[in-house]
Each structure stands twice: as C-alpha cells, then as structure tokens.
Design a protein around this ligand. Structure first.
Ligand code: FAD
Length: 462
C-alpha cells in the first residue's frame, strides 16, 4: 500500500490576501456557487472526488444504452476553465477542522490541507440501503457513472447469458429484472427496460428479449409519492400497460446473487428469482454531514442531512454553508433545483458579506415543478397548479432536460442519440467491458452454469 504523503497546499500564491472560498463538491450546488463567484474578488478552490460534474437525472439512460457516460458527465475543469479565480482539485474531503478553518483532502493516498475563509459543503448524497449495506453488491444503485456502467454490464450481460442458457428456469431468472423503489428513478428505469427489451428483440436467436419480466417493488402504499394522485394513477396504468408488474407495500427482506426475498403475503412474491436487481429506493446524505454535525454540535435529520440555519449556514459557524442534498431545511426535497437555488443564495451571501453587508437573509426556495418519464412519448409533470401527462409532458421533459444540459458541450450528441433511440428503436451505447460485472455474481453463485461447455441449440437450428 502506498504511503500517504502530507503537504500543505498553498492556493493563494498570486493573491495571498484574497478571501478564500473552498467548495466541496462539483455537483449542482457546488458548481453553481463557483460560477456565481466568477466576478467576485475571491480565490475559489473546488474539490471533488471525481473529475466530472454529473447530470444524475439521466443516469438511467446510460445504464440502458441510450447515452454514453460522456454525454452526462462533463469535466469540471473544462466547465470552469475560463474562470481565472477558480482552482479545481481532485480529491476526497475526509475531514473538516472548524476551529482552524481547514479541510483535509485525500487524492489516492496523497493528503493535503486547504485553508478557507468561507466553506461551502455541497457533497450531496449516496444510495441508502436502509441499514442493509450488504444489498449493494447484488443490487447496485444509481448515483454515479460507475453505478450506471455496472448496471449496463449487468443488464446487457443478462440477455447474453439467457441466450446461451438451456434450462428454462435459469433462463427465466436471467430475463427477470427487479427494480426496487417506485419513485421517479424506479419508474424511469423500469420503463426503459421494457423499451430496451423490445428494441433488441431481433438480435437474439434463442430468446425473445421482449418476454423479459420487469417488476417494480415498493415498500410504500403508492408510487411517485410526491406527484398528485391523478398523475400517480395515470403512471401506474401506463406502466401496467407496458407489461410491468407493480407490487406496492412489499418490503425487501434480503437480496442475493439469484434473487430477492420479500415480506409479501403472496407466496409467489416471497422469493423472486432474478439475476438483475436495481436499487432505486432511497438516498442517504454524504458522511461529511455527520462529521460536520459532530464538530459543530448540529443536528442531523433522518436522512443524515445537516439541519442548517435559515440562511444555509452551519449553526454557530456562519462562515460554513451546507447546501443541496446535504442540507436539511424546511423539509425541502433533494432535487437539483434546490441545490442550484441554495448555491445561488450562498454565493450572493458571500458577495454581500465582502461588501460589508452582514445581514442574515433566509433562503427562499421557488418550486419550478417536477417531471418523470414513463417511456417513449409518455411522461408526467407538474408546474405550479398545472398538471401534464402523455405526449405533451414527454416533449416538455425533452426540452427541459436538453436546456438543463447547458454545461455539456455535446448537447447535439444527446439529441442525436435520443433521435436514434426514440425514433429508430435502437440503442447506440451497448458496449460492456470486462471491468463490468456481466452477471459474474450470479455465475459465482451457480458454478455449474459456468461449466456449461456448449451453447443450447438455437431456434434457427431446431
Ligand atoms: C438517478 C437520479 C435521478 C434524479 N433525477 C432528478 C430529477 O429528475 N430532477 C431533479 O431535480 N433532481 C433529480 N435528482 C436529484 C439531483 O440529482 C440531486 O438533488 C442533486 O444532484 C443534488 O445536488 P448536490 O450539489 O447537492 O449534490 P450532487 O449533485 O450529488 O454533487 C455532489 C458532489 O460532491 C462530490 N463529493 C461527495 N462527497 C465528496 C467528498 N467527500 N469529497 C469531495 N467530493 C465529494 C461528488 O462527487 C459530487 O460531484 C436525481 C438524482 C438521481 C440519483
């Protein structure tokens, strides 16, 4: 193991007396702060453990082969290259010292310290397995590019394995996909799995991918809890029409290589044989929240988010701000628009303070609405009192998402890929590599599968 080195990073060699703003996280919140400070007389250091800003709402399209990972993950350096007062550092923030005002970062074994005058913690959230982290290896979540590529490997790998499987029961298992979580992400990924299975129908000889069984499980009494009832009902009926099984009030008890155990009273659902499981059930705030809360004596909410003051500052530490998915304030949801609006508020607060105005102003959130796609040409949306569904909502979804991809230079490529997927029914990004799992876990659990030497006789030969 490489020995860690420890050095102090001097960030302000050219402007030693400038106010030092350190931002943790280059997601929606952190990036917004950095950009809004472009004309401010400050030195900004943005630290992220990845080199890219990720557009999480479209991760499911990477997992299902519509988009490439580059289409939704833009290099943070590239986005901020023209902004001379910003330095970008790759590294994981491991600790925050609120007394001496510095953070400690680790970049694959190399540790450094960075001093701040203002600190913005926008480290977001990670997948939550509700106290069962062991589920993660069998049911990857959908929070990072790694997750999306892992899922792509498992999804396309499952069809490959089904094609060479002679035993009908095992084949059925490869062709069963369980999505855990009936929120917007669960709905979107399930809808896409149906479309995917139809779009690759003619690629196989021994199986009919469109016979894939796609199941949504949710522990709650209804799906899409944040949407009005009319739209929830509409979505449920659209999903059932697509052939998706929906089982509400069904809690996952355990997950293994070959399936899922649930608490259902229906004997057919107590054990579901499925090689591919996708976790879309919840998120938990970044562990940095706990570190901050312990050091500041602040409270955390149930999702591990830091309860902040109305102006997004950490209690007793007005120079430290917590924003976006890591912030707990007035029960605001974990949404990109909350992250960007809180980022905007914080940047303006810093600018005002530098001008001598120290008045505390509460963060006011403006709800711009929410949307979810169900499948090609079908979506739902709420904007203020207006509700949309069907084709109109789907077109609105396309336009809004394309506009929100403003950070991404290849918006045209996204549009092109959407055109291929939606109008020619094909999937442009189906590459899976040996780094991706490809159903390896299911094979390990059933070694006799790996020992099968010959392929089953094909339909074409029989
Ligand atoms: C699958 C999915 C679909 C979604 N769909 C929608 C949608 O349709 N509409 C919507 O409004 N919202 C949606 N969201 C939610 C939205 O993406 C989040 O609310 C938003 O990303 C939060 O922004 P943030 O800046 O707080 O965190 P993030 O955007 O998650 O950014 C956090 C950043 O911090 C970095 N980081 C974390 N820990 C550390 C550390 N210790 N050190 C250094 N860097 C660190 C991460 O690498 C990341 O870049 C979706 C989320 C997911 C996962």
């Amino acid at each position: 193991m490489k020995q860690s080195t420890f050095n102090k990073t001097d960030l302000s060699s050219s402007h030693i007396d400038r106010h030092r703003v350190v931002i943790v996280g280059g997601g929606f919140g952190g990036l917004c702060v950095a950009k809004e400070l472009r004309r401010a007389d400050v030195n900004v250091t943005l630290v992220d453990r990845t080199n890219h800003h990720l557009f999480q709402p479209l991760l499911y399209q990477v997992a299902t082969g519509i988009l490439s990972e580059g289409a939704i993950a833009a290099p943070i350096r590239d986005i901020l290259q023209r902004q001379k007062n910003v330095q970008v550092l790759l590294g994981e923030v491991q600790d925050v010292d609120l007394k001496t005002r510095h953070i400690t970062i680790d970049t694959i074994g190399f540790r450094s310290e960075i001093q701040y005058d203002s600190l913005i913690v926008a480290a977001g959230a990670k997948q939550s397995y509700f106290g069962h982290p062991e589920f993660a290896q069998y049911a990857p979540g959908m929070k990072t590019i790694d997750h999306a590529l892992e899922l792509r490997g498992r999804i396309f790998g499952a069809f490959e394995m089904a094609e060479r499987e002679a035993d009908p029961e095992a084949r059925r298992r490869w062709l069963t996909f369980v999505v855990i979580g009936g929120g917007p992400t669960g709905v979107e990924v399930a809808g896409q799995l149906v479309e995917l299975s139809h779009s690759i129908k003619r690629n196989y000889r021994n199986i009919d991918p469109s016979e894939a069984r796609i199941i949504i499980l949710d522990a709650g009494p209804e799906m899409l809890g944040s949407f009005p009832e009319v739209l929830r009902r509409r979505t449920e009926s659209d999903l059932r029409e697509l052939g998706i099984e929906i089982h509400l009030g069904t809690r996952v008890k355990s997950v293994d290589e070959l399936g899922i155990l649930t608490d259902s009273t229906d004997p057919n659902l107590q054990r579901i044989e499925a090689a591919t499981k996708i976790w879309a059930a919840g998120v938990q705030a970044s562990p940095l929240g706990r570190i901050l809360a312990e050091k500041a004596g602040a409270e955390l909410d149930r999702a591990g988010r830091v309860k902040v003051e109305p102006d997004c500052t950490l209690p007793s530490y007005p120079e430290v701000f917590v924003i976006g998915d890591l912030m707990s304030l007035q029960q605001l949801p974990q949404l990109a628009q909350v992250a960007t609006q809180s980022g905007h508020h914080v940047a303006q607060t810093i600018i005002r303070r530098l001008a001598g105005d120290r008045k505390q102003r509460p963060f006011r959130y403006r709800d711009l609405g929410s949307m979810a796609t169900i499948s090609k040409f079908r979506a739902i949306g709420v904007i203020g009192k207006l509700q949309f569904s069907g084709f109109i909502a789907w077109v609105m979804w396309l336009v809004i998402h394309l506009a929100r991809l403003a950070e991404f230079k290849n918006r045209l490529a996204v549009l092109f890929n959407w055109a291929i997927s939606f109008f020619s029914n094909s999937r442009p990004h189906r590459v899976i590599t040996s780094q991706q799992v490809f159903g390896r876990l299911a094979l390990e659990a059933q070694p006799e599968l790996a020992e099968v030497k010959s392929s089953p006789s094909s339909k074409a030969n029989s």
